[in-house]
Design a protein around this ligand. Structure first.
Ligand SMILES: Cc1ncc(COP(=O)(O)O)c(C=O)c1O
Length: 379
């Protein structure tokens, strides 16, 4: 099946009990056994649940992977990946990554003896400089949040193979509609399914997809042993969201392009970060590995610094000022004080997350309404 059919049918079949086309929400913690161990494949819902299993098959299908795992949140999914490591291991990670991922790495896992290097991964030779005998994992987020840098996944995969490392890619921003990291050589794909996969800002869920059976087994063990699983209702909502992923993503990309071009030509705007521009430093890589340029962009007003950024986001009416991204509705955020506040200012500014930066998650409303809203808020 091609991608647009996989979103609807991938890994799905009518429910065995009554032929329900959508899997029922199996809202149960446990399952009756006829004799100890005599069950129909499910014993306890932390270990497995039929609604979650339907979502996990869908996730694997859309990412062209063999095994999908659904978690209580994107961070719970990342937590499972880092728990593959042992004290003394090192990780080379993107430097402008989601603030919560940074916080998990620095404030939780460093305490357990895992070392993280945050580097500008757009230049593959920079990644290699930080690889040593202790390095076990490359953590790539592309496009990056919120600076919209693009990292060459195939080049990172070559490096991972050369040094026998795991390559994990946070595919939250792009989604498999735009790029499929496993096809490009990654070992693990991670999602905050809270975002585009769910697509309706009504659920918090995380996901991992892998091909390798033994890696899948280790991750299933961690998923069950640590217990950060997602519930059946949340599984159902993401499964429903995925069915329209391709249609939504197409409109997100179209609207984002229109807004990027509008902002670029606006006299009050200093800089727009969007990988679709021919003069974006990673445009060629984006063109090579992505089917389009996504629904996210960031920009900086020419003058006014922090105060002007706050004034603009407060004045928006169609865009909602809120954390998160990837829903049908357009959102605006101020990374320095919202999504990226957990990164120290000095560290944040090194990667360009200055106080005047505004991030937009462009929704699927009418593009003209979104442009009119930005126009009035900038005036
Ligand atoms: C790129 C990216 N990765 C991971 C996460 C964490 O996901 P969650 O909020 O579902 O835990 C987010 C959340 O904003 C994100 O934007």
């Amino acid at each position: 099946m091609r991608f647009n059919s996989k979103t609807i049918h991938g890994g799905q079949e009518p429910d065995k009990a009554y032929g329900a086309v959508m899997p029922p929400i199996y809202q149960t913690s446990t399952y009756a056994q006829t004799t100890p161990g005599g069950h129909k494949g499910y014993e306890y819902s932390r270990s497995g649940n039929p609604t979650r299993a339907a979502l996990e098959r869908s996730l694997a299908s859309i990412e062209n992977g063999k095994h999908g795992l659904a978690f209580a949140s994107g961070l719970a999914a990342i937590d499972a990946v880092v728990k593959l490591l042992t004290p003394g291991d090192e990780v080379v990670s993107t430097n402008d990554l989601y603030g919560g991922s940074y916080r998990l790495f620095r404030q939780v896992f460093e305490k357990y003896g895992i070392k993280f290097h945050f580097v500008g991964m757009q230049d593959t030779s920079v990644i290699e400089e930080y690889i040593n005998d202790n390095t076990k994992l490359l953590w790539v987020e592309t496009p990056t949040n919120p600076m919209m840098n693009v990292i060459d996944i195939a080049a990172a995969a070559d490096l991972a193979k050369k040094h026998d490392l795991l390559l994990a890619v946070d595919n939250t921003f792009a989604t498999p509609y735009l790029q499929r990291p496993l096809d490009l050589g990654a070992d693990i794909v991670m999602h905050s399914a809270t975002k585009y996969l769910g697509g309706h800002s009504d659920v918090v869920v995380g996901a991992l997809v892998v091909n390798d059976d033994s890696l899948a087994e280790k991750l299933y063990f961690l998923q069950n042993a640590s217990g950060g699983v997602c519930g059946p209702m949340d599984s159902f909502l993401v499964l429903r969201g995925i069915k329209t992923l391709h249609v939504r993503m197409q409109r997100h990309c179209e609207n984002c392009r229109a807004i990027a071009e509008f902002l670029k030509s606006h006299p009050k705007i200093g800089k727009v970060f969007w990988p679709g521009f021919a003069d974006h430093p990673n445009h060629a890589v984006a063109k090579k590995q992505m089917a389009d340029f996504g629904g996210m962009l960031s920009f900086i007003p020419k003058e006014g610094g922090y105060e002007e950024a706050v004034r603009v986001v407060e004045k928006l009416r169609v865009f909602t000022l809120a954390e998160s991204l990837g829903g049908v509705e357009s959102l605006a955020g101020h990374p320095a004080s919202m999504t990226h506040a957990s990164i120290p200012k000095e560290e944040r500014e090194k990667s360009g997350v200055v106080d005047s930066l505004i991030r937009l998650s462009v929704g699927i409303e009418d593009a003209e309404d979104l442009i009119a809203d930005l126009n009035q808020s900038l005036s």
